[in-house]
Design a protein around this ligand. Structure first.
Ligand SMILES: [Zn+2]
Length: 432
């Protein structure tokens, strides 16, 4: 049931003792880097001043801008000849950040990915199809190494080439797949096109959904269409990549591996910790990384810690599925909106397809939102009233949630641009 029972079910007291010992080491290691060396000097911090977990708050936060400004080697805590791997963030906002690993770092990361997969019920007898981009993006190699360590047969399919993905699944009896949720939805129509029913014609039983926030409804749609269990995962390149947090079989929040990371949730405006169980920005500290330790990293991801113990017996805290990134938040007519809120509403409406796009424009000093939604084919086969009713309903449902009335446009399945990587949900044409 457990990959490492002693660590996964460790008492909170023991886990915290372990964290403190590792934190002290991590701070010491970090002080060897140019960035933290300077930071500690300026803030007057001696690494040996960290005597309790609360003392972590003496250390200033690290941001993505810090990583950019000290690009590429300013965070290195070891000499370059110790490094074996580089990855980078997708660079969706500004210059990509790079992360370097020693061989021990790669091994520790691989271990938490294997631990995460094992937690969902994946075993060495499984055939694992990794439908993620390989390369600088961590989702490909991260899962690849983890699945190999677990002992599964790994098919490094990579992203895209949908018909071939389905062929591979059938030919080699894929049982577990790793897929971006929007791509898993896109594949619905490809399965139909080639006449393959994933529930009956494949041996799929588990999917790992990663790389973009998605709603519970999207998960349900995917589980139902494929006839599988779909598990949510969380990671970011600055904190290794996938495997930072993962759902267990109870699918109620993601266990965040606290032997590898210290978790804080802060109010992004005041930067103070939020009361237990409340939503805020996730802040993470690496505890085992040698090449490039990062302390108190502001992830910009919004979530909360789910209070109470999990039925699976693991003691590591659970975080709620990511509500969005502070960067993703749209401000429209003074209202804060996350694209995932719109996804959640849309996926709940019968007749809505698998893709949508939010378009923002400014006309006459006013913000306007258009939501372009793919709907099922039968709506275009004649009855205009039915189409109009659906359009009206979508507008009303969205308004009830986001409090503004978007213009709704319905389009045929497959007509919106698709992406083999993370879905593009928002086109912002507003000018400053
Ligand atoms: Zn659990």
């Amino acid at each position: 049931m457990y990959w490492e029972e002693d660590i996964e079910t460790m008492s909170r007291k023991k886990l915290e003792d372990l964290q403190l010992a590792r934190l002290r080491e991590s701070v010491k290691k970090a002080s060897a880097s140019v960035f933290y060396g300077d930071l500690f000097r300026k803030a007057g911090i001696e690494p040996n001043e960290i005597r309790s977990l609360d003392d972590i708050r003496k250390i200033p936060f690290t941001t993505k801008d810090d990583l950019r400004e000290h690009w590429p080697y300013g965070f290195l805590a070891v000499s370059k000849d110790k490094l074996v791997r580089m990855h980078s963030s997708s660079g969706t906002t500004g210059r990509a950040t790079v992360i370097f690993h020693t061989i021990d770092d790669v091994n520790e990361w691989t271990n938490i990915v294997a631990r995460s997969m094992y937690m969902t019920g994946m075993r060495s007898s499984d055939v694992f199809q990794n439908m993620m981009t390989y390369g600088l993006f961590t989702g490909g190699l991260g899962f690849h190494y983890g699945a190999e360590k677990l002992g599964a047969l790994v098919i490094p399919a990579g992203a895209g080439n949908s018909k071939r993905q389905i062929q591979i699944m059938q030919d080699f009896g894929t049982t577990v797949m790793h897929v971006i949720p929007s791509y898993a939805l896109h594949l619905f129509s490809v399965f139909e096109e080639v006449g393959v029913d994933p529930g009956n014609d494949t041996q799929l039983r588990i999917a790992f959904l990663g790389a973009e926030p998605h709603s519970e409804k999207t998960r349900e749609k995917i589980e139902e269409f494929y006839g599988i269990k779909a598990y949510n995962s969380y990671g970011l390149s600055e904190m290794d990549g996938p495997g930072v947090a993962f759902e267990c079989q109870f699918q109620n929040g993601m266990h965040i591996w606290e032997d590898n990371f210290i978790v804080e949730i802060i109010n992004p405006d005041t930067l103070e910790p939020v009361p237990e169980g409340e939503e805020g920005e996730l802040v993470l500290t690496t505890l085992l990384r040698d090449g490039m330790p990062i302390l108190r990293y502001r992830t910009k991801d919004l979530t909360r810690i789910i209070p109470g113990a999990c039925e699976c017996g693991r003691t590591h805290a659970r975080i709620e599925r990511i509500k969005g990134r502070t960067d993703d938040m749209l401000i429209l007519k003074g209202v804060n909106i996350f694209p995932i809120q719109i996804e959640k509403k849309l996926m709940d409406i019968p007749g809505v397809g698998t893709n949508f796009l939010i378009i923002l424009e400014r006309k006459d000093f006013n913000d306007h939102m258009t939501v372009r939604v793919e709907v099922q084919k039968e709506f275009f086969s004649g009855d205009l009233k039915q189409l109009e009713d659906l359009r009206h309903r979508i507008g009303e449902e969205l308004k009830s949630d986001i409090l503004i009335t978007p213009k709704v446009e319905l389009v045929e399945p497959g007509s919106l641009p698709k992406s083999e990587g993370k879905a593009v949900r928002v086109v912002d044409n507003r000018e400053e």
